[in-house]
Design a protein around this ligand. Sequence first.
Ligand code: ZN
Length: 319
Amino acid sequence: MLLVLALLACGVPVWKGPAGTELPLPEIPGSHLAEITPYLLPAAGTLTLFVCHWDPKRAIPVALPSDASEAEAHLLSRALRAWEDAGLGVRFAPADPGGGALVFAFSAQETADASTFADCRIRKTPVDAAGGRVLAAELVRAEVYLPRSTRPDLRGHTRALSDSEQMGIALHELGHALGFQGHAQRDSIMARDRDELVRRGRRVLDGASCDEPTLRALYALPSGTVLSRIAVSPFRTERFDALAALAEERAMAGPIARVGDSEARIFFVTQAGEELGMEILEPAGLVRHPERLALLADPAARRALESGQDAAGNAAATR
Ligand SMILES: [Zn+2]
């Protein structure tokens, strides 16, 4: 009896998605994977929430900032090594300048915050009707923007970041680049808590590895693992469905999904290299309220959809 109670108390970590959907997550103590903001695929009257990471079988080509000092390049290399030693299975390889799938840059503005995006390529769309639990999807590109100085204080003063601050920020942004979007509440390099990042940054500078159960749990799932799949009104996904049909017809690459704190994006790339896509508003909120799904097409996507419709209309008219 006591044992049963103890087991119930510990419980298996569970992803709790919209409309009561649940998925057991890897049992790794200290993992905050349940707090992830998932990637989104809004297609064919279905909103699919899924996780995405790099294929650990292939080394990730990394480009350091072209204007990094020797000390900055050394610090970033140590941040990368800390993640290589974190038990995810990922490896990094130096890329030529201008190349790289994971690209670092220093923020152009002196006082800009750090930011990262990580693009997930979905290879099969629309989602298979059988309700498969894993999409063919993996990260293909990430860009990490790092600040060199602190945020301005109340008097507008800033100062250069210390090594521990730089390391903490680099480790956190790399966590996003490796596939964890959103933030953990606490006890994680993926928390928003700046003091926590600095502490962890200092530990790594002192020679510790980056012990991060949340990312280990993420990489314990196959990339593309579906967390939730929810039926929504077909009206809510019709813009994406029309774009996906056009993309298929014109042999565009994608779809590619991106997700941040306040907005997500899904897009295709034309053969000329132009992005055609749409914003998905309030991605984190959709975990609770999928019925609020709203897609906002870019001007370029709108134009392509309108001309696609015209072409289809003309073809029908001349038939
Ligand atoms: Zn963050």
